[in-house]
Design a protein around this ligand. Sequence first.
Ligand code: ADP
Ligand code: MG
Length: 463
Amino acid sequence: MNQGPGRILVVDDDPLVRDALAASLVTAGHLVTTAQDARSALRELEREPPELVLCDLRLPGMNGLELLHALKTRHPELRVIVMTAYGSIESAVTAMKNGALDYVTKPIDDQLLRQRVGRALEEGALRRENDDLRRRLDQVDRRTGIVAGHPSMQRVLASVDAVASTRATVLIRGESGTGKTILARAIHALSERRDRPFVEVSCGSLPDPLLESELFGYEAGAFTGAVRSKPGKFELADSGTIFLDEIANATPALQVKLLRILQDRVFEHLGGTRSIECDVRLVLATNADLERAVREGRFREDLFYRINVVAIELPPLRERRDDIPALAELFLRRYARDYGKEVRGLAPAALRFFMDFDWPGNVRELENVVEHAVVMAKGEVIQLDDLPGRYGGDPKLAAAELGIRPLKEAMEAPERDYILQVLKMNGGNRQKTAEMLQVNRTTLFNKMRKYDLFDADLDQHGA
Ligand SMILES: Nc1ncnc2c1ncn2[C@@H]1O[C@H](COP(=O)(O)OP(=O)(O)O)[C@@H](O)[C@H]1O
Ligand SMILES: [Mg+2]
């Protein structure tokens, strides 16, 4: 692991030492500023905090130990290496006890210094990385596993908290893949019903009579094949939560029955007359324009008002890009575990691509891409190359996925077909074919060889 350039502040009252150290560190690729005493060192620190301070212990005025104390009070995370004269190790030990990371003795060995500086910066970088990680993990709501760092998602979670413990019907709206299902589960998990069933039904999944029999159950003989009576999902979900996905697809008949449940909390089996009471919390989801469906008469207005009491809108991922690193991290860990792969992180280029991408398929699409990348990853870190081609990976792979052939190959196909067609027209006669195509016989011969046309069946349908 090689450490990039670091910003280093060198503090020494001896201008010769100062310049020599600065020169050495600049040569090693670092950015160096210098100070001749504690006071100017502190001023320098205010201007632009360095990552590392290299500080002589014997300074005029405020001495090195006092400076160390002042530095660590202002910037506890600052790394400090102290320099001591040969033979005064005790002061170095005192400095280490007071927060110095390391010490070097004068006269300073150039090679050793660079090595120590490199190591100190590396440790800093590692710690920063861990801080980043911790911050990302903080964006995950511990109770639900939902990433919600962006203010818009914090608001979503606040709404969830506010409604979870009530019996209010909740309508979750958002594009496909924005997390409607996971949110519905969260509402259930945070409610007092959490130990009761959570039953999920998509209103777009089954043709109407089947869907209704699924939801409400039926009596024996209600329809052909209904040999014995069967309870519906509303009974199975009793005192729990029922999640009706894609509610905009509910047929008019189903809409009427849902309205009845919402108003009176009762329903009947198909083919039955007995009213069944149910205590079920309804959560519904849609990615459709329900208002428009109401205007166009496809969705009952009264039902719309009933279900639209509490509406939670999930923003598309492209409008909460801040959450992308945490989401990617979450999925990376999940799939590394699932596939038993030692994948630990994301290369900066891959993360940058994730941040810039538009994610029309939202969180689900990001999850799929990360899963693919984990499977394909050749090392511990996911590289741009590990992503599916159309996500910034190798354009050649992207082309293969999209069925795009090289230009040359694509242009040759019609040429081959054309020659073949004219050859057939002429019953395989090359002389005539060459004359018609106005190329000489050698050219035709070469092309026939290139396109593998000697063995082609040329006798079929002539002109
Ligand atoms: N904010 C989030 N934090 C963690 N995982 C999420 C989040 N949003 C979505 N997911 C995950 O992304 C995938 C798609 O979400 P899902 O709830 O099925 O979307 P939708 O129902 O809106 O189509 C699921 O695997 C889900 O667990
Ligand atoms: Mg869903």
